[in-house]
Design a protein around this ligand. Structure first.
Ligand code: ZN
Length: 291
């Protein structure tokens, strides 16, 4: 079966969780690999197996090289392995619907490795993953390599997800839209948001910058979460991973931290055989507030 038709068939399994991003009506999946609503708004699955539901072109800072660097380091180094396990454990604790697959949506999925790794740990559960990102270059890589989720290029502000249809929202190091999250979540649904804590990639910040970018506070982000969602749990993850020289290069390439550092500082940072890199993430777990 072609990746295109295969991708469309996966989407058909969660078609109840999708809506037309133009008119908001329910959609269905045609056998020829199209997502179609009753008003005839139509979106073709691409040959890689994803569907682009953007209603207007999106500009972005990301490029293919960045996503490829991120993919390599995430697949090879274990940089996020404890994080993936923690998220999978949280999802496993939830009761998901038994009559249809539970839907786990990664909002801001990038090149899809986080969602893929988390789904691997949930094998045996009746759960379907859906990854949404506005960056086509990321979603293309996801669909090319991971046939275990529905991959969508789209804008969270013009979401392709239906009301109260998503059982778990993942939002990993990526912007939030709490009104949309509240609308999308099914009764009893859960938002898991990963935010960097002050020591996240500390060694990289300290090596590349001499200014305020060396430190980071997530207080504002957490405050915003708490204004919209009822936080039921906070899981602090603190660990370090040893990266070799090639992985350090990928780390510099993949992170927005590196958009404008001093080239001499980058060179010095990379001039070593390995380094211990600190990962500090806070997992904020919450339910929609009463509003
Ligand atoms: Zn429509």
């Amino acid at each position: 079966m072609s990746k295109r038709i295969d991708g469309a068939r996966r989407a058909a399994r969660i078609v109840h969780a999708l809506k037309c991003p133009v008119c908001g009506n329910p959609v269905h999946i045609e056998d020829d690999g199209r997502l179609l609503c009753m008003e005839n708004h139509s979106f073709d699955f691409a040959k890689q197996g994803y569907v682009n539901v953007l209603t207007r072109p999106a500009g972005g800072h990301y490029d293919k090289e960045l996503f490829e660097a991120r993919r390599r380091i995430m697949m090879d180094s274990g940089l996020y392995a404890p994080f993936h396990k923690a998220v999978a454990d949280l999802v496993r604790e939830r009761s998901l619907p038994s009559v249809m697959p539970g839907v786990l949506a990664d909002i801001g999925c990038g090149e899809g490795t986080h969602l893929h790794r988390i789904l691997q740990q949930l094998s045996g559960m009746d759960v379907m993953g859906a990854g949404l990102d506005i960056a086509k270059e990321g979603v293309q890589l996801a669909a090319r390599d991971f046939q275990d989720a529905v991959w969508l290029v789209g804008d969270l502000a013009q979401s392709p997800f239906a009301d109260h249809s998503i059982h778990v929202i993942l939002n990993i190091l990526s912007p939030s839209n709490y009104e949309e999250f509240t609308r999308m979540l099914a009764p009893g649904g859960l938002l898991i948001k990963a935010v960097p804590a002050s020591g996240y990639l500390r060694e990289l910040r300290e090596a590349l910058y001499s200014d305020k970018r060396r430190t980071y506070s997530n207080e504002e982000t957490i405050g915003l979460f708490d204004r919209h969602f009822r936080r039921t749990e906070t899981i602090p993850l603190r660990y370090s991973v040893r990266l070799d020289r090639l992985q350090l290069e990928d780390l510099v390439r993949m992170t927005p931290l590196s958009w404008s550092p001093d080239p001499a500082a980058v060179k010095a940072f990379l001039n070593r055989d390995f380094a211990e890199i600190t990962v500090e993430l806070d997992l904020l777990v919450g339910e929609p507030g009463d509003w």
